[in-house]
Design a protein around this ligand. Sequence first.
Ligand SMILES: CC(C)(COP(=O)(O)OP(=O)(O)OC[C@H]1O[C@@H](n2cnc3c(N)ncnc32)[C@H](O)[C@@H]1OP(=O)(O)O)[C@@H](O)C(=O)NCCC(=O)NCCS
Length: 235
Amino acid sequence: MALADYIAEKPVVDTARLRLRPLRPDDVPALEEWMADKALYAYWGKGPGKTDKQPALLFARPAKPSKSFHLGIEEKAAGKVVGDLWVYRIENDRTATVAIRLAPSRQGRGFGTEALSAMTRFCFACTELRHLRAEVDVRNAASRRMLEKCGYRREGPVRHGKMVSVRCDFCVYGIRSGTATCAMEYGVRDWLAGRFAAWYGRGIMRSGATKLERNGRNGRGGAVRPPPSPCPDEP
Ligand SMILES: CC(C)(COP(=O)(O)OP(=O)(O)OC[C@H]1O[C@@H](n2cnc3c(N)ncnc32)[C@H](O)[C@@H]1OP(=O)(O)O)[C@@H](O)C(=O)NCCC(=O)NCCS
């Protein structure tokens, strides 16, 4: 499977306690319970928007075809959606940004870690994505801890940067498929699947790449930029 296979039909990912799945109109009453809660937006880069205040608007128009995912996080035991997550800002089908939020009443139970690690595993095993990242306000201790538990590592601090529409100090966290961290976090079988996908993907890229790209040039006289290296700076 590849990102293009999920344009019309988004994936469903099961974990022990959760199901990550597309949102449905019958989720609206559950979404209304928490989506507009201001506590969620302390480090979100903006306050609740129109659709957060009126979740029914999410279904007012047919969704635009896109490779991005916006999935609800259903708590199986409660039978309702208690959070949502995004895989978006997809660049060259290789890198994407993740974001997640949970109803305040459902935080602190490990759901964030469970949902994000399952989504990360899914992206590396079932799509061509090879690098996921997240931007986190430095004060957002819960989110930073959750990302670290999911195997994400701090790639760099941004001082007084713009996170969505708010200026703050934030960290960029990232995880790459095929790293030792992935092998430990996700098990050798998934790691091997990721390596195979990377190898297969490179084959496709090679055959589709221009001669300049194959020679490491970008066609504008410059070298193709290597991926950014991890930056251990404290924010
Ligand atoms: C970030 C968020 C999704 C985390 O979900 P969660 O289910 O509460 O997280 P978990 O229960 O998996 O906890 C992750 C870790 O953070 C720790 N943690 C939770 N709240 C914390 C806090 N206020 N301060 C420090 N650590 C905290 C937990 O103890 C746990 O670590 P541990 O297992 O070592 O004890 C949730 O807090 C949230 O929705 N926040 C609001 C939206 C947001 O800011 N999203 C992040 C944008 S990327």
